[in-house]
Design a protein around this ligand. Structure first.
Ligand code: PMP
Length: 390
């Protein structure tokens, strides 16, 4: 029977890792996989996480099942950071999920159960968004995320919303857009929020990089603006980047509505979907986040580490922006973008050449991981770009 399966394409980024590992040049530069790296190229465990893990080791007295909603102490501890310190807690409820991926999956499946049939999304987007929408049997409708000048294309979103129906879901990245780094500005969110409300669509905000863009508060601006305008919304949250927990799979799914009954239904449906999918989320990383957020000293330590990451990425972006025009590429826009990623307008041939000639590994789409660049290699990278892009 298994021979009936259609072969599936290998994950392009994983294939890129293999190629990078096999390259003997010590000058090679890995801009592929989306994890933060220090100036030494490492992706260390946060000190705050290590401290929380030590506590967990000493204090955890049981590993008995928690239930499909996971660690509710973790879920609730995040609420003021995501929704704001003065957000009406009665309007929001959530559950833990295996990473932001699990949270997006829960949100899309809960939406599907409400009768949503179509999902609107700016492209390019994180490739898994389209896969999850397809897996839930929903129709994907796309619009252009980035305008020709490298800013977010508000006109394209507005045109999509004109065509959208009240029964549609609109998926928006809260900050640090993956893969473009191009975020809606606060002024654009100010326009988007009332438009979503007027149309009556169900917004899903995917917030996977809070704190990596402009800061914890600033990165939540769009989400909070939308939530202040619409009667109902869904949120998919990831702690895998801002706590450096990638493989521990730490995320949360939230529903927001003033209707208590609807909120309870959203959660009970989420729990049933979780039960049939992964039963319960992995505990360890979420427990560590809960311990950090319930301890003022650990919270301070975590926020300082997050500041350091953000400052380093800002430094890289400033260096890239200072390169000005590199052939046809206007590098200055990279300085205005946020988060781990940006996209360079390179052809597949140029991406291959920069890899073969200069050992620069980037995704086939031209996406680069900003954190792969350091004082030691950024000059070499800009020269390599100059070589292939002119
Ligand atoms: N949403 C977006 C936009 C992402 O880029 C990612 C991961 N890179 C996720 C969600 C999921 O993150 P994870 O499952 O690793 O927490």
């Amino acid at each position: 029977m298994l021979e009936n399966l259609a072969p599936q394409p290998a994950d392009a980024l994983l294939a890129l890792i293999k190629l990078h590992n096999a390259d003997p040049r010590d000058t090679k530069i890995d801009l592929g996989v989306g994890v933060y790296r220090t100036a030494d190229g490492a992706t260390p465990v946060f000190k705050a996480i290590k401290a929380a893990e030590a506590k967990l080791l000493n204090e955890q007295d049981s590993k008995a099942y928690l239930g499909p909603e996971g660690d509710m102490g973790f879920v609730n501890a995040l609420i003021p950071y995501v929704f704001g310190a003065d957000f009406d807690a009665a309007k929001v409820d959530g559950m833990q999920a295996p990473g932001g991926t699990g949270a997006v999956r829960l949100a899309i499946e809960v939406a599907q159960r409400t009768g949503v049939k179509r999902v609107w999304m700016g492209t390019p987007s994180w490739p898994n968004h389209a896969q999850i929408v397809a897996a839930a049997g929903l129709e994907l409708k796309t619009f252009k995320h980035t305008a020709a000048d490298g800013t977010a294309d508000l006109a394209a979103l507005k045109a999509a919303l004109e065509e959208a129906e009240a029964s549609d879901l609109v998926l928006l990245h809260g900050c640090c857009h993956n893969p473009t780094g191009v975020d809606y500005t606060p002024a654009q969110w100010d326009e988007i929020a009332p438009l979503l409300a007027a149309k009556g669509v169900l917004p899903l905000i995917d917030l996977a990089y809070q704190g990596l863009g402009e800061g914890m508060e600033a990165d939540a601006y769009g989400l909070r603006k939308v939530l202040a305008a619409v009667p109902e919304a869904l949120v998919a949250y990831s702690c895998d980047k801002n706590f450096g927990l990638y493989r521990d799979r730490v995320g949360a799914f939230y529903a927001v509505t003033a209707d208590k009954d609807a909120l309870a239904k959203a959660m009970s449906n989420g729990a049933t979907i979780a039960r049939a999918s992964w039963s319960m989320p992995p505990d360890h990383g979420a427990a560590a986040v809960r311990l950090i957020l319930s301890d003022a000293e650990l919270t301070k330590m975590w926020l300082a580490e997050l500041d350091e990451m953000r400052d380093r990425m800002r430094w890289v972006r400033d260096q890239l922006a200072a390169a000005g025009q590199v052939g046809p590429i206007a590098m200055d826009v990279l300085g205005t973008q946020n988060g781990l990623f940006s996209m360079l307008p390179l052809s597949p041939e140029q991406i291959l050449t920069i890899r073969e000639r200069h050992g620069v590994y980037m995704a086939g789409t031209g996406r680069i991981n900003i954190a792969g660049l350091t004082t030691g290699n950024i000059g070499q990278f800009i020269e390599a770009l100059r070589d292939v892009a002119t």
